[in-house]
Design a protein around this ligand. Structure first.
Ligand SMILES: *Cc1c(COP(=O)(O)O)cnc(C)c1O
Length: 320
């Protein structure tokens, strides 16, 4: 086991009072226990198992320069004794002096990853060259897609769906909706698959932080759900509607909105909680706005899934 399970499900009393809407709970997947935590740890539990079963000795994975996924993959590889290559693409325009050296980049380096920071248009050719070099050197390579999002990794969030339902039963929480940041779709598809397996219809609102066209995210979640059904079995319940919200995207991936920055400050001062400017901070801003708009007024309890990302704060100091 890589992570610390279950992660806590905590009540946010002061933020709930401040907004005067439903009771807000935060599912602390920023506390998964692996090198400052985050949602990729759940996927890596399954992906590392698959890699080891296949006899791999080297993982290659992909992400933006400040990828939380790449950092958690490096930590998982260190634990399992595998080599890790991070192909990190300059897909975010940033003038922040720490963007390419601090935060997740620093941590990945400390965790022993081989880091390849490249321009976006070089990604394909660079990766091909890297893979042929590794194979010439006799390495047994296992490829982990960006965000760890395939039908294997998504199982981590199917398990999380069950974990959430058990905690809700134990803490007398009636989850009206779960809100989280969505990009490579494994978190959202895994949750939906998990709830459907358990015959429960809990609405999951994915806040799009990555795709300029939200229809792309919608299609990715749906495709991944179909893959899960094909690979791991059909579910007794019809899978819940794939709900993607694009209203909090702002000017692009990795570009915090003013509302996101404001929400980060609010949660820090009211609840002592840290949110990041790329993912969880946008989900937090979305949840706050949805409550203020009255869109969750039929919910007694709202769950915000905190997917992690805190190390990226150090790569964004100038924006905060
Ligand atoms: C990767 C990531 C997400 C998005 O999860 P997906 O499964 O890729 O949709 C959300 N929050 C943080 C902090 C992440 O690193």
């Amino acid at each position: 086991m890589l992570g610390h399970w279950p992660t806590p499900l905590e009540r946010l009393t002061r933020l709930s009072e401040e907004l005067g809407g439903p009771t807000i709970w935060v599912k602390r997947d920023d506390c998964t226990g692996l090198a400052i935590g985050g949602n990729k740890t759940r996927k890596l539990e399954y992906l590392l198992g698959d890699a080891l079963r296949q006899g791999a000795d080297t993982l290659v994975t992909f992400g933006a320069v400040q990828s939380n996924h790449a950092r958690q993959t490096a930590a998982a590889c260190a634990r399992a004794g595998l080599a890790c290559h991070q192909v990190l693409t300059r897909s975010v325009t940033s003038a922040d002096p720490g963007y390419e050296t601090n935060g997740n980049v620093l941590l990945g380096r400390l965790l022993g990853a081989h880091q390849h920071i490249i321009d976006e248009d070089a990604r394909k050719s660079y990766t091909q060259k890297l893979l042929s070099e590794l194979s010439d050197a006799g390495r047994r390579v296992y490829l982990v897609p960006a965000g760890g999002s395939n039908a294997v990794g998504a199982l981590g969030y199917a398990a999380c769906a069950e974990e959430i339902l058990l905690q809700c039963a134990g803490q007398e929480i009636d989850p009206g909706v779960i809100v989280h940041a969505s990009s490579s779709a494994g978190t959202q598809a895994g949750l939906l698959y998990g709830f459907a397996q358990l015959n429960r219809d809990v609405p999951v609102m994915g806040i799009n932080v990555y795709h300029p066209d939200p229809a792309d995210l919608q299609a990715r979640v749906q495709a991944l759900l179909n893959d899960c059904q094909a690979l791991h079995g059909a579910t007794p319940a019809a899978q819940g509607r794939v709900q993607v919200n694009h209203a909090y995207f702002g000017s692009g991936y990795g570009q915090p909105t003013p509302e996101c920055v404001e929400a980060i400050h609010l949660a820090a001062r009211l609840e002592g909680l840290l949110f990041d400017p790329v993912y969880a901070g946008k989900a937090l801003a979305a949840m706050i706005d949805q409550i203020n708009l009255g869109n969750f007024s039929n919910c007694r309890d709202v769950i915000l899934l905190h997917t992690g990302g805190t190390p990226a704060l150090a790569g964004y100091s100038a924006r905060l």
